[in-house]
Design a protein around this ligand. Structure first.
Ligand code: ATP
Length: 256
C-alpha cells in the first residue's frame, strides 16, 4: 500500500495550490511527478512527507492518515530531498550524511556500527567517499546535491521523495542517480522537469497542471505530443526510440 492520497488539496495565500489529487504509489515503484513551474509538484511532495497539512482530503501511509502517524515513525519511513536544500552549519560531508541517522538514534545514544556502515554505504553509492572529510561549503552544486541524496539513503527509508534531484547534475550523474533510485526498489516519488529522464527511469508518471492531475499512467501512455502541448505549451515529436522502447521526446520551436 505504502503512500497514497485521497482527494488531497492544499490552499495557501488564498489560492488552491494542490487541487483534489488522488494517487496510489505501488510499493517498490518509481513515480515521476511532472508539470510546469508552479504546478504544485513540490507542494504535493511536502504533503506526502507530512511537512504540510492538507486543507482537505488525506495522505495515507500504509492506509493510516499521515496526521495520525507519529512524527518519529514518519521520519524513519520517509526520506526527503528538497530542492535547493542548504545547510548553514559548517559541517563536513560525512556529518551531513550522518544527519540521516537521527530518526534511528536515541537523543543521547552514541553512533552504532549500523549508523557508521549506513553512512559509509550511502557515501559510496553516490561516489562521494573521497569527499567524506571535505567541508560542505567547498562543494560544487552537483556534489552538494549528491550529499543530500546520501543523507536520504543513510536514513534507510522505505519511501523516498525527491524534488528535482537531477538539478545541478552533469549527464553522467543524472543517469547514475536515477539509475540508483530505480535499483533501490524503494517506493519513490520524484519531481522531474526532464521528460526523457522521466520516461527512462519511472514506472509511472503523474502530470500536474494548476495543482490538479491531468494525466497518469506509464510513460508511453502519458508522454504524447497532445499532452505535452496542453501542459507545457510546447510542440514535441515523440518516438519509441528510448532505451527499452520508452518514449523519446524531441522539442520543436514555435507554438504548439
Ligand atoms: N508558502 C507559500 N506561500 C504562497 N504561495 C506558495 C507557497 N508555496 C507554494 N506556493 C505557490 O504554489 C504554487 C506551486 O508551487 P510549487 O513549488 O509546489 O510548484 P512546482 O510545481 O514545484 O514548481 P517548480 O517546477 O517551479 O519547482 C506556486 O505558484 C507557488 O508560488
Amino acid at each position: 500500500m505504502s503512500l497514497a492520497t485521497r482527494e488531497v488539496s492544499w490552499d495557501v495565500g488564498g489560492r488552491r495550490v494542490v487541487d483534489g489529487v488522488t494517487l496510489d504509489v505501488t510499493p517498490g515503484t518509481v513515480v515521476g511527478l511532472l508539470g510546469p513551474n508552479g504546478s504544485g509538484k513540490s507542494s504535493l511532495l511536502r504533503l506526502l512527507a507530512g511537512t504540510r497539512t492538507p486543507t482537505s482530503g488525506q495522505v495515507l501511509l500504509d492506509g493510516d492518515d499521515l496526521r495520525r502517524v507519529r512524527r518519529r515513525d514518519v521520519a524513519r519511513r520517509i526520506a526527503v530531498v528538497e530542492q535547493h536544500a542548504q545547510t548553514e552549519l559548517d559541517l563536513v560531508v560525512s556529518d551531513v550524511v550522518r544527519l540521516g541517522r537521527i530518526p534511528h538514534r536515541g537523543t543521547w545514544s552514541a553512533e552504532s556500527d549500523a549508523d557508521r556502515s549506513a553512512v559509509s554505504e550511502a557515501l559510496e553509492r553516490v561516489e562521494l567517499t573521497a569527499l567524506a572529510g571535505r567541508s560542505w561549503h567547498t562543494l560544487s552544486g552537483g556534489e552538494r546535491q549528491r550529499v543530500h541524496i546520501a543523507r536520504a539513503l543513510a536514513q534507510q527509508p522505505q519511501e523516498l521523495l525527491l524534488d528535482e534531484p537531477t538539478n545541478h547534475l552533469d549527464v553522467h550523474h543524472q543517469l547514475d542517480l536515477l539509475g540508483l533510485v530505480r535499483r533501490l526498489r524503494m517506493t519513490s516519488v520524484v519531481a522531474l522537469h526532464d521528460l526523457n529522464l522521466a520516461a527512462m527511469f519511472c514506472d509511472r508518471l503523474v502530470v500536474l497542471k494548476d495543482g490538479a492531475v491531468v494525466a497518469t499512467g506509464t510513460p508511453t501512455d502519458v508522454l504524447t505530443p497532445e499532452l505535452i502541448a496542453e501542459v507545457y505549451r510546447v510542440r514535441a515529436v515523440v518516438a519509441d526510440l528510448g532505451p527499452g522502447g520508452v518514449p523519446s521526446v524531441r522539442f520543436e520551436p514555435g507554438p504548439p
